[in-house]
Design a protein around this ligand. Structure first.
Ligand code: ADP
Ligand code: MG
Length: 253
């Protein structure tokens, strides 16, 4: 594939006797938005876990920028340029929005723990740079004003966008979003859709797991469908929508 960014080949993951992800082969090009859909339990989140180093595949491999990343630890995958959000929000509720985003930024900086404890001039300068970068990302997701608010006091939709901001602070070239609009009202969903457009225009590729078909069809360059761990279909949003296998997987579920 020209401009190939991510290449998953034959990825397979068992949980006991259950083949949660089964021989999945899938590519993502530079800057592409891939929609990943399929019924509950199809293996979508597990595939994200295989890409991000939460699990090593039992078979197959994941390559990113022509380097094998399957088997790498999650922090190594982040450093390589893949960031993610989770199906259930994982933020530090008692920290501010800005602090949560700054945590994402720390993977791109070099200060050692000793420097941090001694608060050397170099450390303070770097801390300022981290803060400035985190602010710019908060601005990008439309939440600059919420920077000093504790996360637990923010609306649900805003918390979801803070999580996206934290992922963006790692400067990824590929962003994985696991059901970013789950539980949102139509206004909040539309905001997230707009944000995905902004991220795409920055040249960042996205894989988005999404249940709302209108969202998927709107923002995806390409759509892949998982069912019982297997990729059953892949193509343009238009092609996928009219594929009998896809219709059956959804109506049968
Ligand atoms: P999806 O995100 O498409 O809804 P998942 O990837 O979460 O699906 O799950 C795929 C299958 O693997 C499901 O049957 C689920 O119950 C199972 N599964 C996921 N994670 C684990 C785990 N850590 N241990 C055992 N089974 C799991
Ligand atoms: Mg899931």
């Amino acid at each position: 594939m020209p401009g190939e960014l991510l290449a998953i080949r034959d990825a397979t993951k068992y949980f006991g006797g259950l083949e949660a992800v089964s021989g999945v082969t899938l590519q993502v090009a530079d800057g592409e938005v891939l929609g990943l859909i399929g019924p509950n339990g199809a293996g979508k989140s597990t595939l994200f876990n295989l890409i991000t180093g939460v699990y090593a595949p039992d078979r197959g491999e994941v390559r990113f920028k022509n380097r094998k990343i399957s088997g790498c630890k999650p922090h190594q995958v982040v450093a390589a340029g893949i960031a993610r959000t989770f199906q259930n929000i994982r933020l530090f509720a008692n920290m501010t929005a800005l602090e949560n985003v700054m945590i994402g930024r720390h993977v791109r900086t070099r200060s050692e723990l000793a420097e941090a404890l001694l608060r050397t001039p170099g450390f303070k300068q770097e801390e300022k740079a981290i803060q400035d970068y985190a602010r710019s990302v908060l601005d990008l997701v439309g939440l600059l004003k919420a920077g000093n608010d504790l996360v637990k006091n923010l609306a649900y939709g805003d918390q979801r966008r803070i999580e996206i901001a934290r992922a963006l602070a790692t400067e990824p070239s590929l962003l994985l979003l696991d059901e970013p609009t789950a539980g949102m009202n139509p206004t909040e969903s539309a905001e997230v859709m707009g944000l995905m457009g902004v991220i795409k225009r920055k040249g960042i590729a996205i894989i988005v797991i999404e249940h709302q078909m209108d969202v998927v069809m709107n923002i995806s360059d390409r759509v892949a469908v998982l069912d019982y761990g297997k990729k059953i279909c892949e193509g343009s949003p238009f092609e996928v929508q009219k594929d009998p296998k896809v219709i059956e997987a959804y109506l049968g579920a």
